[in-house]
Design a binder for this molecule. Structure first.
Ligand code: OMP
Length: 216
């Protein structure tokens, strides 16, 4: 695990974004932890979050022209990431997002921001669990005549998707694109190890991984 990944986990715990307890996920799985990116809810946290995404994107070397953030949670993420890519890495790329409501006047269409047509588009999202959200973004990108280039997320929960592989592996195989994550379940587990106050959570996380995870 790299230093910035460890810093990211500390940052997420400090902001209450990463919590331990009992949470029912979109997939119906009951998880001992939850990552709520909506709680990076101040200017300073969002700016810092954007720098973590930009760091992961820059490390990945993925080739793309435009960033896409799926509504709603992806919208501040994509804006913050675009700013950080410019300010920290000197790369000025376009960014776009979708609106969930159908609109038949104004700009028209459901995608707002930089034009996607013919572009390689990097999806900026929060978390992948079972992988259903990414499919929606890929559908929007294809409908706009663009090419999905990859996905960057805060957290890969390393859970099984539809089959035996992890949801992230399934996304990579199905769409032929890389998925880059700032952090993943294994990192969270390493982070908790050796901290007596966190032992109960650690055990629950390991049990959860055994139940829903994959061998990596
Ligand atoms: P999948 O579509 O199953 O991959 O779940 C990912 C989505 O679930 C995220 O975009 C969130 O809306 C939500 N989620 C979290 O935000 N944090 C978590 O720790 C877990 C989930 C979840 O419900 O699985």
């Amino acid at each position: 695990m790299k230093d910035y990944q460890n810093e990211f986990i500390e940052f997420a715990i400090e902001k209450g974004v990463l919590r331990f307890g009992e949470f029912t996920l979109k997939s119906g799985r009951v998880s001992p932890y939850f990552f709520n990116s909506g709680l990076f809810n101040s200017g300073a946290s969002l700016a810092r979050l954007g720098r973590f995404y930009a760091h992961a994107i820059s490390d990945s070397g993925i080739a793309f022209e435009v960033l896409f953030g799926p509504a709603y949670k992806g919208i501040p993420l994509v804006a913050a990431t675009a700013i950080a890519l410019m300010e920290q890495h000197g790369r000025d790329v376009g960014y776009a997002f979708n609106r969930k409501e159908v609109k038949d006047h104004g700009e028209g269409g459901n995608v707002v921001g930089a034009p996607l047509e013919g572009q390689r588009v990097l999806i900026v999202d929060d978390v992948i669990s079972a992988g259903t959200s990414v499919q929606e973004s890929v559908t929007i990108i294809h409908a706009a005549g663009a090419i999905p280039a990859g996905v960057v997320i805060s957290l890969d929960r390393q859970e099984r998707g539809q089959g035996k592989q992890s949801a992230v592996q399934e996304v990579e195989a199905q769409h032929g694109i890389p998925v880059v994550s700032i952090t993943r379940l294994d990192h969270l587990i390493w982070h908790l190890e050796g901290k007596p106050a966190m032992e109960k959570h650690l055990n629950q996380m390991q049990a959860y991984k055994k139940q829903y995870g994959v061998e990596t």
